[in-house]
Design a protein around this ligand. Structure first.
Ligand code: XMP
Length: 326
């Protein structure tokens, strides 16, 4: 019969058989899929696996630390953290167009990862070892989608660690290929991954870069990170994390409006809250969050986040709106 424990055992045995005595690498994104895939491979081959985490500087508050500390503490996996935030910010300077931003972030991510990959291969080679495997968190729906040829229009160019170029020198290890998302979460739990990773809501690969409407700058990222942290804190405190699908927080960086605070006039930016309910992100409805919760979020953001003097709520379903603003 189907149990999470038997899935883990079965996969661990299959991974050991596949990798043998060679080495493997895995790109961690902070998301549940890559974390569970890496944890499984780590359980199977331990130090033969090296995880690489590219910090593009577009993550939310505490997320990089979560990978750096909590993931490593839970799994004992070997992790290389590449701080590439400077590089991403430079590449994004002066860019406001959403698709251009997505392409730049995707391109830089691949370049940085390939560089880390090449370094690892060189080091292992010097030690007489062979890095032959690339671990990916591909799920069953991804397999069906890419093989099924559904002919759906590509509305936004997506970026995630599953979309890395398949270097022909690497063989893929995809231990989640037969699993659905809820099963992946159960496996993650079984492997002892922290709740925050196992039940993380979806977060786009390009991160906060596509939640700043306008040019992405360090200052704007800091501001959005603060607002986003407040929203997540309040949603968690209200016990609503499992009820909503996700809640993008968007900074309208090119818009200013007049406000009043203390005894002074302000001229600051609006923040948009985009809480949605959904089954699969293909369609979505805006979440009817309690008014007192919205009031608390609004008060806290305008009081605590410098330069933000207005909080607005997105009440558009998908379609016609997408979940993200870019
Ligand atoms: P949209 O905005 O198209 O988003 O309604 C649908 C879902 O996909 C997430 N999303 C992404 N996930 N890489 C990802 O891994 C991406 O580039 C990306 N863009 C959007 C979005 O957060 C929502 O859950």
């Amino acid at each position: 019969s189907w149990t999470t424990g038997s899935i883990v055992e079965e996969q661990v045995a299959a991974i050991r058989a596949q990798i043998g005595s060679k080495r493997a690498i895995c790109a961690l994104s902070g998301g549940v899929d890559s974390a569970v895939a890496a944890a499984l491979v780590n359980r199977a081959v331990g130090e033969q696996l090296t995880c690489v985490y590219v910090d593009h500087g577009l993550m939310r508050k505490g997320e990089t630390e979560q990978v750096e500390k909590d993931f490593v503490a839970a799994t004992g996996a070997t992790l290389r953290l590449v701080d590439a935030s400077e590089r991403f910010l430079d590449a994004l300077a002066g860019v406001s167009d959403p698709e251009t931003k997505r392409k730049i972030i995707g391109r830089e991510f691949i370049r940085v990862f390939e560089q880390a990959q090449a370094e690892l291969v060189a080091e292992a080679g010097a030690a007489g070892e062979d890095v032959a495997f690339l671990v990916q968190g591909t799920l069953y729906p991804d397999v069906v989608e890419s093989g099924g040829g559904t002919g759906t229009a590509n509305i936004k160019s997506h970026h995630n660690v599953g979309g890395l170029p398949e270097d022909i020198e690497f063989q893929l290890v995809e231990p989640l290929r037969q699993l659905f998302k809820d099963e992946v979460r159960l496996v993650g739990q079984e492997l002892g991954l922290p709740e925050e990773i196992v039940h993380r809501q979806p977060f786009p690969g390009p991160g906060l870069g596509i939640r700043i409407i306008g040019e992405v700058t360090r200052e704007r990222l800091d501001l959005l990170r603060e607002a986003d942290a407040i929203v997540r804190e309040e949603l968690t405190a209200a016990g609503l994390d499992r009820d909503i699908w996700q809640c993008p927080v968007v900074l309208l960086a090119d818009v200013r409006s007049v406000g009043v605070q203390g005894d002074g006039r302000t001229y600051g930016h609006p923040i948009v809250l985009r809480p949605v309910s959904s089954e699969d992100a293909m369609t979505a409805d805006w979440s009817r969050l309690p008014y007192d919760l919205l009031a608390r979020i609004s008060n806290r953001i305008t009081n605590e986040v410098r330069d933000v003097n207005r909080v607005t709520l997105d009440i558009t379903s998908k379609p016609p709106g997408t979940i993200e603003w870019e």
